[in-house]
Write a protein that binds this ligand. Structure first.
Ligand code: SF4
Length: 429
């Protein structure tokens, strides 16, 4: 079978895995980044990461003349995919476990027999999320120019495990991958990283929702031995300066883990801190206490590990006092770097459900504010926190006009994106 796999913006790991499996099944596979190439295929698999892609690439996708299947995080809400895109099927959730059967049934013209694949004429069906027990699979397709890829500083994010026992209201990992952690075999991860490095990739990030859960079985019962072994083995291949662990929960660290991060990686941790208000943390279902944030930051410092923290503003119900608490925590922590986002209602998450029913004039993303630079409460808080973070970070940076404009542009862009997604989930566009 002649197939094409498309990822619109970057070499998204999930789409590389899909292309690798199709190749292994002996199908002819072409992999395209973006929509510039001429499509000539029996089936085109399109991997979409963000709700906004449904609008942004609507024209490109609708004009493809082939049987079209959409996969990726947007499949959490198949009816929304069919609303915006003229495609034939949506492969809901994890794709690897369905591909072989899908290709067989496609040839037999019996696609309606596959669980977890919704066809155009079944668009109102509620999808079933199927999580496979085994994460064994062939090597992903590795593009020849992988060394030029830059996804938040890495050439590629390698999956080490799936699922998260956490249940944060803004995150789609627990539903998409489940709350039970499933880890890949160490030798498979090692072989994969070796192949990426052989093909020219240098900077490797490991991902799986929250890094230190590799090998763990129950929530917060981290498997130090498995995680340390993972870092040790990967670091041998990449060199410590080229290995990154992006996201970690503040309650899944220990001195041993921090020591290993210091010894085997580029020496950064990225904590999901989100808010300085216990009330908002509870509303987010984050499951962490502020004191745990302080302890985790301190632990990293004791081991010479740098800390970046992510914060979310404009969550429904966030008051001025809640935001002040976030500002005060962010100031107090004096982190090495800060990432600030306006709360995004990703379809399928509890946050999206809340936003769907929340009147716009009660949503901080739309609530107006009187300010010369921004027009909504969420924009105001994002701008304030981003600007202040340059002052209270460990090594403060002077605020130049250029930097200010860059930050303002980022805030406006986030706000525009999230307003559009909100209109989409509220069925207003
Ligand atoms: S801990 Fe991280 S991966 Fe897990 S649910 Fe929360 S945000 Fe998602």
């Amino acid at each position: 079978m002649n197939t094409i796999v498309i990822s619109p913006e970057f070499y998204n790991y999930g789409s590389l895995v899909v292309a690798g499996i199709l190749k292994n099944l002996k199908h002819k596979v072409n992999y395209f980044k973006g929509f510039k190439n001429k499509i000539n295929a029996d089936i085109t698999f399109i991997s979409l990461q963000s709700t906004i892609h449904l609008l942004k690439y609507q024209k490109n996708i609708n004009s493809i003349d082939s049987f079209k299947v959409v996969g990726g995080p947007v499949t959490m809400d198949p009816s929304m995919v069919f609303k915006y895109l003229d495609v034939d099927a949506v492969m809901v959730g994890e794709a690897e476990n369905k591909l072989e059967n899908f290709m067989r049934k496609f040839e037999e013209n019996k696609l309606d027999e596959i669980e977890g694949v919704i066809l155009k004429d079944q668009k109102d069906e509620i999808p079933k999320m199927i999580h496979s027990n085994s994460l064994d699979r062939p090597l992903p397709y590795i593009p020849p120019d992988i060394k030029n890829e830059n996804i938040r500083g890495a050439n590629v994010y390698i999956e080490t495990h799936r699922g998260c026992p956490g249940n944060c209201g803004f995150c789609q990992v627990p539903k998409f991958f489940g709350r039970e952690v499933r880890s890949r075999k160490l030798n498979e991860i090692v072989n994969e990283v070796k192949e990426f490095v052989k093909m020219g990739a240098r900077r490797i990030a490991i991902s799986g929702g929250t890094g230190t859960l590799y090998g763990c079985k129950k929530f917060k019962e981290i498997n130090e031995e498995a995680f340390i072994e993972l870092l040790k083995n990967l670091s041998k291949i990449t060199g410590k300066e080229n290995l990154t662990i992006p996201d970690i929960r503040v309650d899944t660290v220990s001195p041993e883990i921090m020591e290993a991060i210091s010894k085997y990686t580029n020496g950064w941790v990225f904590y999901g801190i989100e808010s300085g208000s216990e009330k908002i943390l509870k509303k987010m279902n984050k499951g962490i206490k502020i004191e745990t944030v302080y302890e985790a930051v301190e632990l990293a410092r004791e081991h010479g590990v740098k800390v970046a923290g992510s914060f979310i503003v404009g969550y429904p119900g966030e008051t001025e006092d809640d935001f002040e608490a976030t500002l005060s925590l962010a100031d107090d922590l004096m982190l090495d770097d800060y990432f600030v986002s306006i709360a995004e209602p990703i379809p399928g998450t509890p946050l999206a459900e809340e936003v769907k029913n929340l009147p716009l004039d009660k949503n901080p993303v739309f609530m107006e504010v009187n300010d010369t630079n921004v027009s909504t409460i969420a924009e105001f808080r994002a701008l304030k926190l981003m600007l202040d973070s340059y002052v209270f970070r460990k090594i403060p940076m002077p605020m130049t006009e250029k930097l200010f404009n860059m930050i303002l542009k980022e805030v406006k862009s986030q706000s525009k994106h999230i307003k559009t997604v909100t209109y989409m989930i509220k069925d207003m566009i």
